[in-house]
Design a protein around this ligand. Structure first.
Ligand code: XMP
Length: 321
């Protein structure tokens, strides 16, 4: 199916919202639908559209796969409670880590994450609730990246020849599929979603697993999560499109207290971009880089080397996996 992009300049936000609410409500009819909220702007906008369209016949879940930022599950649940939306936390840590065990190939890791979400977690939620529909925040860039064969985005099914109804037993609705991130931010503002969410840098669906090179284990995620926290604290003031920490697989020789320390490497990336299609590294001042290195090597156990990526997209991509 050909999808037509609605560019930010041509978007009539109010009309878009009214049309999507009517569309969701007429497709779902008097049935039930569910969605997974990650706290990003896309899934937050879908959550509000679904609730406006379906009220009590729409259930929102936060899938706690232990791949999110520190404190994120509880923070997002409480933020949406303040908006009048009940979000149920689903503990899916074991499902995801079992699927990721021993996986090192980037596309296989992405596939394991897709399977965990769609077959294992959403499949079970649909059976439990009797819902026939899953609403999700797939955007125009996700489709492009997958169709172009750059990366399999965690939320793409149809373009990879997957029929969710036949495979998992539910239909998928994607109200934001014609929009890119900048347009979705406008829709989110019009839906009264707090600025903290509307302004958030993008965060990938595979979450911190997209930033661990090699096997994704709870311990390696913990390391990249701690480094991410520091990177976000130090770089949020830059207003850059996205900033992140990556844990490398190779170790390097370091020195601590006069002794050899064969330790971990963290790579920091900070991107200037409009819509993630192309990007270039932010020209960060040297004292900012210096503080990042100092904090990461002292606060994240085992890290002896911090590097800053100076590569553009393309040929690099924004995430490492
Ligand atoms: P890349 O790494 O392909 O990322 O340059 C482009 C943008 O997409 C985000 N990203 C994802 N978003 N599901 C998503 O919803 C995914 O599987 C995924 N992978 C990457 C990434 O953070 C960047 O903003």
């Amino acid at each position: 199916m050909e999808i037509r992009e609605i560019r930010l300049e041509e978007l009539d936000t109010e009309r878009f919202i009214t049309e999507k609410i009517e569309e969701i409500s007429s497709i779902v009819g008097d049935g039930l639908a569910i969605n997974a909220l990650s706290g990003g702007v896309d899934s937050s906008a879908v959550t509000m559209l679904g609730h406006k369209a379906l009220g009590d016949r729409f259930k929102t879940y936060f899938i706690d796969n232990d791949l999110m930022r520190e404190g994120e599950p509880e923070h997002i649940v409480s933020l949406f409670k303040d908006l009048g939306v009940t979000v149920e936390l689903v503990d899916a840590k074991k499902t995801f880590f079992d699927a990721l065990r021993g996986q090192t190939d980037p596309e296989e890791k992405r596939e394991a994450i897709t399977r965990s979400f769609y077959r294992d977690v959403f499949g079970e939620l649909v059976r439990r609730t009797g819902a026939k529909y899953l609403l999700q925040g797939t955007n125009y860039t996700d489709i492009e990246e997958t169709v172009a064969g750059i990366k399999r985005q965690h939320n793409i099914l149809e373009q990879l020849g997957i029929d969710p109804e036949a495979m998992y037993g539910y239909k998928v609705l994607e109200p934001l599929i014609q929009l890119r991130k900048s347009a979705i931010r406008e829709v989110a503002r019009a839906l009264d979603i707090p600025e903290e969410i509307c302004n958030r840098p993008p965060f990938p669906g595979p979450a911190l697993a997209a930033r661990v090179i090699g096997e994704v284990t709870p311990e390696r995620v913990r390391i990249v999560r701690n480094a991410t926290k520091i990177v976000e604290e130090e770089l949020s003031h830059t207003g850059a499109f996205q900033y992140l920490a990556i844990l490398h697989e190779d170790r390097v020789t370091g020195v601590r207290e006069g002794k050899r320390d064969y330790g971990l490497q963290i790579e920091v990336r900070c991107w200037e971009s409009k819509d993630a299609r192309i990007g270039s590294p932010t020209r960060l001042p040297y004292d900012v880089l210096d503080r990042l290195a100092e904090r990461i090597t002292t606060e994240v156990t085992g890290v002896v080397s911090v590097t800053y990526s100076i590569t553009k997209k393309p040929p690099c991509t924004i995430e490492a996996v």
